[in-house]
Design a protein around this ligand. Structure first.
Ligand SMILES: Cc1cc2nc3c(=O)[nH]c(=O)nc-3n(C[C@H](O)[C@H](O)[C@H](O)COP(=O)(O)O)c2cc1C
Length: 459
């Protein structure tokens, strides 16, 4: 669960309990750089960085971002260079090292299994992040929000320490573009590493059949995620599937055909409203290996959400007032995005309208071909005038929110603006609240990951 809601602390506890704990890789370079600027008071990041195999990279990161005792709260965080088709060495090094740190901390001192979740949509970060995770001994890589057909081969090559190239999507052109990543440019020599398994997160049997067709694209298994899940959801299949409140409407066309998926022979896990003991039993009966649970753990004490957000969510669960909207427009990716309707967050139209648009993190920027040649980058989250100047479609992107800044605010790392305001959060959570509501009743002061697992294992 991004950004850093699936924190290393949460993933570690889940792994210690014998399950697969998954950290989020999304924007992890910004997360690590900001935690260092906040003084890394626990010393965890510096301890992990000390195990990174290249001392020069460790020193450079500390020199640029570490602030002894932490930055003054009114000082803005330092901007990182944005992802591009040809990143600087520092950008790539930081992506590798930050991903390494988060996985290393989740795996520290035990033999349990740890995965990392990456978004296919953030293509420019993928090769460097896979390599960083492999360096830290990650056991599973999970990827959704796109069609991850190139990933199995990338993992094969990067596990061997080989340079890779990856095709990337560029808007406004039919030309083909690739990015490259060379592990030797980061580390000098690279021995072969253990190859992690790859689970593709998809929501239809057609995609399973497509990816399984070729050994180069076939993952080791699937997470079949339906539209109840928190975070991004697959767009509805039916036409005109947005109601007048701007909510995506799903029909039976969107229900994954589990029988067909089972017949394709790959192991699979079910996700989206499977976070109760009864639903786990149902999933196993349907032939799944198990389930992937998000929302119940997003509310656990170890998750990256600020205590304020966790408490707000738990209170409204207890009062039965928590409303979740599948917002068709909120995410610059164009995918529907689950939004918890909470006060003091960007789910409120007024607060959203008051915010000055800015795109300074840029993870969801779409590369496009300029009419004059060359590649530009645009995001519906940036100011309308510059988005339009870059041939962005303002009508199609109305209501699009800056997820990068809002999700950083969810974990207490919101940017400070020149007028002293701090970026506001936007909270995502799944629309099936059965498990979280039952836990809120039995644990009115909150729960931790182990208590959530105990609940899920009840017979
Ligand atoms: C706060 C939150 C953030 C999430 N972020 C991501 C993400 O970055 N990438 C992803 O693949 N899934 C993400 N998800 C989906 C979860 O990984 C999981 O599949 C889903 O939550 C399962 O459904 P449930 O919420 O009903 O348990 C997120 C879910 C939540 C609740």
């Amino acid at each position: 669960m991004g950004i850093a809601v699936s924190s290393w602390q949460l993933a570690r506890q889940i792994s210690l309990a014998g399950e697969l704990g998954v950290v989020s890789g999304t924007a992890i370079d910004s997360v690590i750089a900001r935690r260092l600027q906040d003084g890394d008071l626990s010393g965890d990041i510096r301890r992990a960085l000390a195990h990174f195999p290249d001392k020069a990279i460790e020193c450079e990161i500390l020199k640029r971002y570490f602030s002894e005792g932490g930055r003054d709260e009114t000082t803005p965080y330092i901007d990182l260079p944005k992802l591009t088709l040809k990143p600087t060495k520092m950008t790539a090094d930081l992506l590798v090292a930050a991903t390494f740190v988060e996985v290393w901390l989740a795996k520290e001192g035990h033999d349990g299994i740890i995965g990392i979740n990456l978004l296919e949509k953030i293509q420019l970060a993928i090769p460097a992040q896979i390599f960083g995770a492999i360096l830290a001994g990650v056991d599973y890589i999970l990827m959704g929000a796109g069609i991850p057909a190139q990933i199995p081969k990338l993992i094969d090559e990067l596990s061997q320490g080989n340079p890779v190239s990856m095709r990337v999507d560029i808007a406004d052109t039919q030309d083909k573009y690739t990015i490259t990543f060379d592990p030797h440019a980061v580390l000098g020599t690279t021995p072969p590493f253990a190859r992690p398994r790859f689970l593709a997160i998809v929501s239809s049997h057609a995609l399973v059949a497509y990816l399984n067709r070729d050994s180069e694209t076939k993952p080791d298994g699937y997470v079949i995620e339906n539209h109840m899940a928190g975070g991004h959801n697959a767009p509805p299949r039916a036409k005109n599937s947005i109601d007048d409140r701007g909510e995506s409407i799903y029909t039976e066309l969107d229900t994954p055909n589990i029988e067909k998926i089972r017949s394709l022979g790959s192991p699979f896990w079910l996700a989206g409203g499977y976070g109760t003991p009864e639903k786990i039993e149902e999933a196993i009966k349907l032939g799944a290996q198990g389930v992937q649970v998000g929302s119940l753990f997003a509310l656990a004490k170890e998750s990256g959400f600020t205590d304020e957000i966790r408490t707000q969510l738990r209170r409204s669960l207890t009062l039965n007032t928590l409303q979740i909207m599948t917002d068709a427009a909120a995410s610059p990716t164009g995918f529907p995005f689950k939004v918890a309707q909470l006060p003091h967050t960007l789910s409120g139209e007024n607060l959203f309208a008051e915010r000055t648009k800015i795109c300074d993190l840029g993870y969801l920027r779409q590369p496009f071909k300029r009419p004059t040649g060359g590649i530009g980058y645009r995001c519906p989250g940036e100011p309308d005038a510059s988005f339009e100047f870059k041939n962005g479609d303002l009508d199609a992107s109305a209501g699009s929110k800056c997820l990068c800044n809002a999700l950083m605010a969810d974990i207490g790392l919101g940017q400070v603006r020149p007028d002293g305001r701090v970026e506001l959060p936007l909270v995502t959570i799944g629309s099936d609240l059965d498990g979280p509501s039952r836990m809120a009743k039995s644990h009115p002061f909150g729960w931790d990951a182990l208590e959530a697992i105990k609940f899920l294992r009840q017979k």
